[in-house]
Design a protein around this ligand. Structure first.
Ligand code: FAD
Length: 414
């Protein structure tokens, strides 16, 4: 498959794009690789932006995904601070806003997501921030220093991680979540309850089932937030964390199939077989994909980067990696493996009261995922079980004396 390929262009120099570039070299690609990103920074990791970087415990250099020397040594041609403006599919060229055109034999779209805007009055006031880029994080860190009362709109991962950082700095924090529980889209009720209680115990106010209708100001000066119910809370810093939208405008304008992400088959090819899409911006929508959803995580971005390189250089094969994710809030590390939305049975092991437990999820008797709080071994073992399709028995695991390790051993012994 690789013989006629001389030029590969990657749009988006984030976690997925960089991984794809490096993996192409690992797979033996000797032709030209151009990696184009609209941010002026060397490609960086986002997870620390809501954690260690915001606290000031790591520097910007420590966020780099790959050292510049490594990218140079692998002969990856970096175009930073250059936005992609379009794709000429007929001429097979990626068009840059500054007027350049980069010809390709294969194109990989890795454009990630952007923060979902919230269209309520006051959303553009000074002192209202979203968190996606290192520029956002620098601004947030500056504002955080002088802030006393912080309102966070959205009780998802980023909002709650920021809430933890702000409470650790002894700021007053209120989190408003429109759903009935925090992190509802991604975690089980047990995990939502644990983290909601943790945030309250640490001194934050958490209000669920309430929407923010307005960010209130006086003389363009931020004053607070008003809820749909009419209640008002003072704030001198508001963080909006209501999710992300995939960057698929360029793909759509080029006529590629797009539906909550750039649609790809299970070999990560878009509706144009010369164009691949990977990471946060894509959704595996074809039959055969094990996880038919758009996933926003470092693991998904890097595994898809590796997989696209493999498919381009070797042969089309289905992407089947088991998704996993983590979140750090206060002294708790939450680690998740698999996707648990469709669970009908959940078994808890360990003790939420001691801050060390796991929730194991099953659908129709089939093990589909785990969520572990300060229980890294449970996480590692369940990832292995999912990767190896080990048929765990919910009945056996529900015995309080049986650990996940024993349940795996029992399942593999038969
Ligand atoms: P990105 O890393 O976002 O890279 C996409 C790049 O493409 C960006 O640089 C973007 O500017 C660029 N781009 C977009 N459009 C264009 C264009 N037209 N022209 C040129 N360039 C373009 N994941 C975890 O697994 N664990 C965590 O704890 C975690 N924490 C997070 C905390 C924060 C604050 C954020 C924002 C994300 C977090 N994530 C976490 C998610 C994780 O960072 C993403 O899933 C991952 O970065 C996705 O990689 P990607 O390459 O698809 O997109």
């Amino acid at each position: 498959m690789s013989t006629e390929i001389e030029r590969i262009v990657i749009a988006g120099a984030g976690q997925a794009g960089v991984q794809a570039a490096l993996s192409l070299r690992i797979e033996g690609f000797a032709g030209k690789i151009a990696l184009v990103g609209d941010e002026a920074f060397l490609p960086y990791q986002r997870p620390p932006l809501s954690k260690a970087y915001l606290k000031g415990s790591v520097t910007c250099d420590a966020l780099q995904i790959a050292k510049p020397a490594l990218l140079a040594e692998r002969n990856i041609d970096l175009h930073l601070g250059e936005a992609v403006s379009g794709i000429d599919r007929e001429k097979k060229c990626l068009l840059l806003a500054q007027g350049k055109a980069l010809p390709y034999d294969r194109l990989i779209l890795a454009t990630g997501t952007r923060s979902r805007p919230l269209s309520i009055p006051g959303a553009n006031l000074p002192g209202v921030v979203m968190l996606r880029t290192v520029t956002d994080a620098d601004r947030l860190a500056r504002l955080l220093g002088g802030a006393r009362q912080i309102a966070i709109i959205g009780g998802g991962f980023i909002g709650l991680e920021f809430a933890a950082v702000a409470r650790e700095l002894d700021k007053q924090v209120i989190v408003i979540e429109a759903s009935s529980r925090v992190m509802m889209r991604a975690v089980s009720p047990e995990i939502s309850n644990f983290f909601e209680k943790t945030h309250r115990d640490k001194g934050a106010t958490v209000i669920c089932n309430e929407g923010v209708s307005e960010i209130v100001s006086e003389n363009n000066q931020l004053k607070g937030i008003r809820l749909a119910s009419g209640k008002e809370f003072p704030a001198d810093l508001v963080m909006i964390g209501v999710g992300a939208l995939p960057n698929c405008g360029i793909a759509e304008a080029a006529g590629l199939a797009v539906e909550d992400g750039i649609l790809v088959n299970d070999a990560l090819q878009t509706s144009d077989p010369h164009i691949f899409a990977i990471g946060d911006c894509c959704r595996v929508g074809a039959d055969g994909g094990r996880y038919l959803t758009r996933i926003e995580s470092v693991q998904n971005a890097t595994d898809q980067g590796r997989h696209a390189a493999y498919v381009i250089m070797k042969a089309p094969s289905p992407y089947k990696a088991v998704p996993w994710f983590w979140s750090d809030q206060y002294e708790y590390k939450l680690q998740m493996a698999g996707l648990i939305f469709e669970a009908d049975t959940q078994i808890i092991k360990g003790s939420p009261a001691d801050g060390k437990f796991s929730v194991f999820s099953f659908k129709s008797g089939v093990f589909i995922g785990s969520e572990s709080v300060n229980s890294p071994l449970d996480h590692v073992l369940t990832r292995k079980a999912l990767n190896e399709n080990i048929a765990l028995s919910p009945d056996y695991l529900s015995d309080a004396t049986v650990s996940i390790k024993q349940a795996i051993e029992a399942a593999t012994a038969t």
